[in-house]
Design a protein around this ligand. Structure first.
Ligand SMILES: [Zn+2]
Length: 319
């Protein structure tokens, strides 16, 4: 009987111990499950804000410009111009857009100007100073371009090298130019041209003097007018000046998205450049290439059309 009681009490004590263990275990478990949400909610609270801020920063600093820059909109060339683009209503501006306009729809990290014509040096320098740029010594020349254009160019140069080819600039002014540079080039065609057409008796000396006295910007419509009468101003005086030099303030080199390439005669070099988003975009300007930032099969989506001339392909706005 005594033994029975002893056994009963022993069992009872064992039960208490087990119950206590189970309950403390379950408490531990509960604590653990409670612990999890608690610290994690603390973490998420303290981390959420910086994490959200970080996402915001990434969005606004990297993703957003990239998005606006990589998106191809339906609606052709005009729909793909930079937002707030200053659409030209005058004949000169429309002509510039048609002949040099491919770069205004450039993608792939390129920044395009919002105007077809820079009116002066300060407009050019304010645009250029806001760009992400890269400078390299290429073929002995210091070349400065927009960073995205330079990166693609260097990739093209590497690929060319693997094929025992070179891609080098034509000269010191093959990349970036300033407004004054485009004025000098313009004058180097306009002044001899005026002298030539006066000599041919097609233009009076007083008319030539009047045009010489105008600002480069004001000369542009005057020269286009003479060309419409058959007096051309390209280097060999056989075609429009726009196929020889760009009117002041309109050169693609001002945008730092263009490069004049010495090896432009090589079809293989042109192919490699195109593979890295560098295309010909100004008809008959043979050494001139433009960074457009997309593969060839996306160019028509940007509202560009392929124009073939003397065995070369050029991409021009489909206007
Ligand atoms: Zn050029």
């Amino acid at each position: 009987m005594k033994n029975k009681y002893l056994l009963f009490f022993s069992l009872l004590i064992l039960c208490f111990i087990t119950a206590a263990c189970w309950s403390s275990d379950s408490k531990n478990k509960r604590d653990k499950t409670n612990d999890k949400p608690t610290p994690s909610s603390t973490v998420s609270e303290s981390n959420t804000k910086p994490a959200n801020d970080l996402t915001k920063n990434t969005d606004s600093e990297n993703k957003m410009p990239d998005n606006s820059n990589s998106e191809i909109k339906s609606g052709g060339f005009t729909a793909n111009l930079p937002s707030g683009f200053n659409q030209p209503s005058d004949a000169v501006g429309q002509r510039i857009l048609k002949d040099y306009g491919a770069l205004f729809v450039a993608r792939g990290g390129a920044t395009s100007p919002k105007t077809p014509i820079f009116k002066n040096e300060s407009e050019v320098s304010s645009f250029q100073s806001g760009l992400s740029k890269a400078a390299e010594n290429l073929g002995g020349f210091n070349i400065e371009l927009q960073a995205a254009a330079m990166k693609a160019l260097k990739d093209a140069i590497s690929e060319a090298r693997q094929n025992n080819l070179t891609i080098t600039p034509n000269g010191e002014d093959s990349g970036k130019r300033d407004y004054a540079g485009t004025v000098r080039l313009w004058a180097s065609r306009v002044n001899p041209g005026l002298t030539h057409w006066v000599g041919k008796g097609k233009l009076t000396e007083s008319e030539a003097s009047r045009i010489r006295a105008l600002s480069p910007f004001e000369q542009v419509p005057e020269i286009f007018k003479l060309e419409s009468q058959g007096m051309f101003f390209s280097k060999d005086l056989s075609k429009s000046i726009v196929y020889s030099v760009a009117p002041p303030g309109t050169s693609q080199h001002l945008s730092m998205l263009a490069l004049d390439v010495k090896e432009h005669d090589s079809a293989r070099v042109r192919e490699i450049l195109a593979k890295h988003s560098w295309y010909q975009t100004v008809v008959s300007d043979l050494p001139h290439f433009t960074f457009l930032g997309v593969p060839e099969n996306q160019l028509s989506g940007l509202g560009l059309k392929k124009v073939s001339d003397k065995g070369r392909s050029y991409w021009l706005p489909s206007l």
